[in-house]
Ligand binder design. Structure first.
Ligand code: AKB
Length: 312
């Protein structure tokens, strides 16, 4: 049975991942941590600033954790507003988590992102192994993080594993400060106001994934036979690629009066322009059986159904 410590447990991925891990491995076997106190949470919780390596070590040791899931990080748009802080938090938190995992001999997961690619990366069907010269602080952090995790694997034998997540869409906890957040906001606004003003321009394709598929991918990768993994940090994974008018069109099938306009945000648009249109997930499929259940159509049905209940 696993004993798992999770940082950033109250964030977009963490809040749903902790529940899934609790159902799979037992609620008492998952220690949630975050920099702030939760309103409500099931299972053990501790306040932890990931810059505090001493407390991180003590919490992991006391809990007898054998798996570390490090989620605490700033997303792309927020990182661009304060690059110095982003470097310190994203890289400082990561190396602390890796060191604790090395000292306590844990399995390790931290997400990378499509943000690890840049304008010189092939844009369509982006290969697993390709040019990575990102032009954002977030992207610099993600590439450095991928290399650092690979380094801990080859140098210390630490079992590090990761995926390059696309934009993640969920009705539970909203994302904060990402470039792909428009694809979540649009569903809320469609239900609440019947309209949405997109900060991403028409024709800008980005990879996306519905949260249940993202959570399953983490579990499947962490359970995968290490002998089959030729790659580690990090696997390309994607469920769909669309641009704003396509998601709007899908919503319109269910809310015919829905209207979308554009008010492009130059910073987030330039980040989006530097990312791939669509990435190739073949290595993940071949090495650990990556699969998805949701495409744009199926996700839209589920998002609207769940949000109608939530926003009632
Ligand atoms: C972001 O937009 O910053 C994230 C990501 C793709 O990593 N959702």
């Amino acid at each position: 049975m696993k004993k798992i410590i999770v940082t950033g447990a109250l964030g977009q991925i963490g809040s749903e991942l902790v529940e899934k891990l609790g159902n799979l491995y037992g609620k008492d076997n998952v220690l949630s941590t975050d920099i702030r106190e939760p309103n409500e949470i099931e299972g053990p919780f501790e306040v932890l600033d990931v810059m505090d390596s001493k407390r991180m070590y003590e919490l992991a040791k006391e809990f007898e954790a054998d798996t570390f899931i490090h989620l605490a990080a700033l997303l792309s748009a927020t990182a661009e507003k304060n690059p110095y802080f982003a470097w310190n938090l994203n890289m400082g938190g990561l190396i602390n988590a890796l060191e604790v995992s090395r000292e306590l001999n844990m399995q390790f997961f931290t997400p990378s992102s499509i943000g690890a690619f840049g304008p010189t990366t092939p844009k369509d069907n982006t290969p697993q192994d390709t040019l990575q010269r990102p032009t954002t602080m977030y992207g610099v952090n993600k590439v450095a993080g991928e290399l650092l995790c690979d380094y801990y694997f080859t140098r210390f034998g630490l079992d590090t594993r990761s995926v390059r997540f696309p934009g993640l869409i969920s009705y539970v906890t909203p994302p904060g400060g990402g470039t792909t957040d428009y694809a979540v906001e649009i569903y809320y606004k469609a239900i609440e106001e019947g309209q949405y003003s997109s900060y991403i321009a028409e024709g800008t394709f980005m990879d996306m994934m519905y949260m249940p598929d993202a959570l399953q991918a983490i579990v499947d990768l962490m359970e995968a036979d290490p002998a089959k993994l030729k790659h580690r940090n990090a696997f390309n994974i994607s469920a769909m690629s669309f641009e704003p008018s396509q998601i709007a069109g899908e919503i319109k099938k269910h809310i015919p009066t829905f209207e979308m306009t554009y008010d492009v945000d130059p910073i987030r648009q330039s980040i989006a322009n530097s990312w791939p249109n669509s990435i190739d997930s073949t290595a993940a499929i071949e090495e650990w059986g990556f699969k998805v259940e949701y495409d744009l159509e199926k996700m839209t049905v589920d998002m609207l159904e769940k949000l109608r209940v939530k926003l009632r």
